[in-house]
Design a protein. Sequence first.
Length: 232
Amino acid sequence: GSTIGIVGAMDVEVEALLPKIQNQQVKKIGNHRFYTGELEGKTVVVTKSGVGKVNAAMTTTLLIQSFGVDQLIFTGIAGASDPKLDPLDVVVSTRLVQHDVDLTAFNMPRGLLPDYQERYFYADKTLQKYAFDAAVETLGKESVYRGIIASGDQFIASKVKVTGIYQEYNAMAVEMEGAALGQVAEAFKVPYVVIRTISDKADGSADIVYSDLKKATADNSANITLNMLKQM
Ligand code: ADE
């Protein structure tokens, strides 16, 4: 059967899911905990990756290699990099890029790693559709977008930085894990999608809006994930 891996970076991003897991068992590998069981009737493994690309890559690898997950959903919050998005809007990933990858010294485009054909990692079309439909059902279609998500090991809180990422990568949202999960998932040919609810504008007003909305926006993505599992 199919096993769906569900990843959030922070406690707040998985805490709406963990109590709902039926037949829950916890397995610790290294410094990470994996919660197996059923959510909405589907076999799942839920984990908190921790913040950043290394944590995301490590947990994604373990989900695939130690738990045999064959589909991956990332659920969480993000800053808006496209100025038309506001807090509480949702972005379903079409593709993802690591905005902090820089080998421009070797005349390579920003975001492109050696031995890769391009700088974007592509989310699965079927999972995108499930996620989009579930988000629209949860929120209404005015608040739901499909687009590029840029990841890096930086909390973006500057107008100059966020504008740069928007212009360079055409990204709708910035966060710190999605493209790392995408890179690993692609390496193992596991389909994936990233669902992010906007918590801030990534422009320096970030810390204020972010702390106010963190819980509500994290729960929003978790609820979309639950809704999505129901349809799958
Ligand atoms: N997650 C939520 N807001 C973010 C921001 N502004 N930058 C990076 N990750 C985020």
